[in-house]
Ligand binder design. Structure first.
Ligand code: PGA
Length: 260
């Protein structure tokens, strides 16, 4: 696992947008797994700016969703489908045909989950999966004690996550209890995992995920199993890392030819 400590969220967004741009230059039809929440927004802003300036051609990119609320009416502005279309797909000038996600309004949720795992595989697999981390260590909506081998399935949100996400809704009670999320096993199939964490509130979860034991109670620790996982953190989110000095030295001495 590589840990890159950046000065702030904007620098983290720029670094990851550069990585995505390099991927799209190498593989124009790459499948990009995107995350919702506040943390990845600087990535999407930086990537949209690169696309607008002509620095990268994103016209053949494909975008897929990590997780989704269950039970929100179709078109609800806070459904993750709506959020990803609004924050990622449209700003990149892409159409809905470039986008895939699980159906949180399906009558048969279990079938919709299995269908999404199949669709990801049929699409050739995710090339780069962007991840956030919950204050409880979740990735996607894999809450603590999610199976490290899990596939896309329904999960119940913790009180903490519902509270963390209440800011997006008119009232805390409106945050759905249930979600569909790519499983940890599904996420681990992406070719490159890039986790971005910013702010002091994420410091403990980051330290446990990066330096703690591999444990289902900290779902993000599953990144330790992946051969190409990059954790990008700002100074505040890095503040709990015992090996911060080593991570800084390693990144500073990195050969120019070696990307994250
Ligand atoms: P946040 O969410 O970026 O809004 O903090 C992260 C997550 O829950 O994965």
């Amino acid at each position: 696992m590589e840990v890159v400590i950046v000065p702030d969220a904007v620098a983290g967004g720029e670094l990851i947008a550069e990585t995505i741009a390099a991927l799209l230059t190498r593989k124009p039809g790459a499948l990009l797994g995107v995350a919702t929440g506040s943390t990845p927004l600087p990535v999407y802003e930086a990537l949209a700016a690169k696309a607008a300036s002509g620095a990268v051609d994103v016209s053949r990119a494909r975008i897929c969703q990590l997780d989704e609320y269950v039970g929100l009416p179709a078109g609800h502005p806070e459904s993750y489908r709506s959020v990803v279309l609004r924050e990622v797909v449209r700003p990149l000038g892409l159409g809905e045909d470039a986008f895939m996600g699980p159906d949180g309004a399906a009558g048969d949720i279990a079938a919709a989950c299995a269908e999404y795992d199949r669709a990801l595989a049929e699409a050739g697999g995710v090339d780069l999966q962007l991840l956030g981390i919950g204050t409880d260590g979740h990735i996607g909506f894999n809450e603590p004690c999610s199976s490290l081998a899990s596939r896309t399935r329904i999960k119940t949100l913790t009180r903490q996550t519902r509270q963390d996400n209440a800011r997006f809704f008119d009232s805390p009670e409106e945050v759905p209890h249930h979600v569909i999320t790519q499983g940890i096993g599904t996420i681990l199939e992406a070719r490159h995992l890039v986790l971005l964490a910013t702010g002091e509130a994420k410091a403990e979860a980051v330290a446990l995920a990066v330096e703690g034991p591999l444990a289902a109670v900290v779902p993000a620790s599953a990144l330790q199993l992946h051969p190409h996982a990059t954790v990008v953190v700002d100074e505040a989110a890095a503040s709990g890392l015992k090996l911060a000095g080593y991570f800084r030295d390693t990144y500073a001495a990195k050969p120019d030819w070696q990307a994250i």
